[in-house]
Structure formats: structure tokens, C-alpha cells
Design a protein around this ligand. Structure first.
Ligand SMILES: NC(=O)c1ccc[n+]([C@@H]2O[C@H](COP(=O)([O-])OP(=O)(O)OC[C@H]3O[C@@H](n4cnc5c(N)ncnc54)[C@H](O)[C@@H]3O)[C@@H](O)[C@H]2O)c1
Length: 267
């Protein structure tokens, strides 16, 4: 059931991390994948990896917060593969580690623009194609930080919470048109998001990684997740195996949000 043979899928932010894993999972399940990213070298690398594994992929550069680039992404995808069936709104950025009063307004806007407006724009221009064919599947990448609050992440938490309720709202509007809209909420996943977002030095990144691994170690599954473990869930939601799911918010977090984390005080 977790096959999407012959479907065309766009994955944003597919040059790295979770997006790359979603693109690889979609391609391995038989889809023709449009890999999109602002970083062309990274996107082209994902395309090469898919091709080398026997899959079909094509790169389109796009900043998801830019109207013209998103319109081009959607139309180039339809032109290249003759249709559009699946959209994975995955591109996202962190917001640095600051309390709200320390965040510059432009930096707040940037996080909202990429994470929330990007999800809106890509959906806006993809949905007419889904409506025309009477079928479509959207998988939004939210975050556990959209379900619970975390320190020093006001813009990011707000953007991801908004994606969660946007997912539910879109499910309401488009269910009657057989367009399913679901979201995944990854927890601690072992990607470079933190380093790219805050431009950490290698030493600072190593220190941040150690803190992250310690925090992940206190979750029920006791470790960070791998991007592939998120990609497989996105594939499930995009496939007919999830044919009765819409408006669902699916955590992929090693159990992180199921339990209060007592940390050192747990004994
Ligand atoms: N890594 C985690 O622990 C984690 C946890 C929860 C949610 N997430 C979410 O998962 C998604 C992917 O995160 P990741 O960890 O793989 O990050 P990553 O930094 O490894 O990859 C993100 C990709 O998105 C691209 N991107 C950034 N801004 C873009 C834009 N404006 N337009 C198009 N592409 C853009 C980057 O170039 C990069 O290739 C994000 O939405 C993130 O918020 C990640």
C-alpha cells in the first residue's frame, strides 16, 4: 500500500535532511519527484542520488517564500511530468536561540515567511491542479515545537503551531474535493538544521549536538531520529495506505511529547 507509482510529487527543502529523505522515500516508492530547494548544489545532489538508485527526479530551484518562484516551481513540475499529485511542504528554517524581546522584527518575519507563508504559497498554486484532477495529497512538515513550547524559539514555535492548524483548516476546506492534508511533527531528528540556521562554528555545533543528544536520550526511545524515519511516515501519509486520513497531526518524535521530561529529577 505504501506505493505511489507514477505519481508526481514536489518536495520543498529537499536538498538536505528530512526533505531529502522524503524525496528519496517517494522516489523509491515509484513517484516522479521534483526536488526543490534554494540551494541548487544540494538539490542537484539529491537528484543524482535518486537517479543512481534507479528513481526519477528533477530539480527546480525555488525560495518557497517568493510568489514568482513558487508559481514557476508548480508550473515547471506540471510541464516536466505532465501533472501533480503530491506536495510535501517541508522547507523550513529555525529562528536562532533568542527570547522574544531579543528577536529583530525582520528575523521574526523571515521565519514566518519561509515556514508558514511558504506552506501557504506552495499549497495555493498546487491546489488548482489537485482540484482539476479530483485528487491530491499534501504533507506539511510541522514540528513538536508547534505542539508544545520550547525555550528561546518564539518565531519557530509560532510558525509551526500555525502550520498545524492550517493543516486542519485545509483538510476541512478540501476534503470534499478528495484532497487530503496531513502534517508530520518531527522531534529531535539528526540533521544540520541547527547549524545552518544559526551559522554555528564546528565547535559550537558539536556542543549543541551534544546537548541535543542528551535531551533526546531522555525521551522514551532514547535517541535522535534519522531523517529516513520521517521520510517513511511522509510516504505513508502521501500513499493510499492513508486514504482515510486527513487533518491528522502525526508525531514522529521518539515519544517526546507523550511524557513530561523529568530529566535528572526522574528518580
Ligand atoms: N531536524 C529536526 O530536528 C526537525 C524537527 C522538527 C521539524 N523539523 C522541520 O523539518 C523540516 C526540514 O528540516 P531539516 O532538519 O531537514 O533542515 P535542513 O536545514 O537540514 O534542511 C532544510 C532545507 O530547506 C532548505 N530551505 C531553507 N529555506 C528555504 C526556502 N526559503 N525555500 C526553499 N528551501 C529552503 C534548505 O536549503 C535546506 O536544504 C523543516 O521544516 C524543519 O522545521 C526539523
Amino acid at each position: 500500500m505504501n506505493r505511489i507509482d507514477g505519481k508526481t510529487a514536489i518536495v520543498t527543502g529537499a536538498g538536505n535532511g528530512i526533505g531529502r529523505a522524503i524525496a528519496m522515500a517517494f522516489a523509491a516508492a515509484g513517484a516522479k519527484v521534483v526536488v526543490s530547494d534554494v540551494l541548487s548544489d544540494d538539490g542537484e545532489r539529491t537528484v543524482r542520488e535518486i537517479s543512481e538508485s534507479g528513481g526519477t527526479a528533477y530539480f527546480v530551484a525555488a525560495d518557497v517564500s517568493d510568489v514568482e518562484q513558487v508559481e514557476n516551481l508548480i508550473s515547471a513540475s506540471v510541464t516536466r511530468f505532465g501533472g501533480l499529485d503530491i506536495l510535501a511542504n517541508n522547507a523550513g528554517i529555525g529562528g536562532g536561540k533568542l527570547r522574544l524581546h531579543e528577536i529583530e522584527p525582520d528575523d521574526f518575519d523571515r521565519v514566518i515567511n519561509v515556514n508558514l507563508r511558504g506552506t501557504f504559497l506552495c499549497s495555493k498554486y498546487a491546489i488548482p491542479h489537485f482540484l482539476a484532477q479530483g485528487d491530491g495529497r499534501i504533507v506539511n512538515t510541522a514540528s513538536t515545537y508547534g505542539l508544545i513550547a520550547a525555550p528561546n524559539a518564539a518565531a519557530y514555535c509560532a510558525s509551526k503551531a500555525a502550520i498545524i492548524n492550517l493543516t486542519r483548516q485545509m483538510a476541512v476546506d478540501y476534503g470534499p474535493d478528495s484532497i487530503r492534508v496531513n502534517a508530520i511533527c518531527p522531534g529531535y531528528i539528526d540533521t544540520g538544521l541547527g547549524r545552518r540556521a544559526s551559522q554555528l562554528s564546528p565547535d559550537a555545533f558539536a556542543a549543541a549536538t551534544a546537548i541535543r543528544e542528551k535531551a533526546a536520550g531522555m525521551q522514551p526511545l532514547g535517541r535522535q531520529g534519522q531523517p529516513t524515519e520521517v521520510g517513511e511516515v511522509a510516504l505513508f501519509l502521501a500513499s493510499d495506505a492513508a486514504s482515510f486520513m486527513t487533518g491528522s497531526i502525526v508525531t514522529v518524535d521518539g515519544g517526546c511529547v507523550t511524557t513530561f521530561n523529568y530529566g535528572e529529577a526522574s528518580n
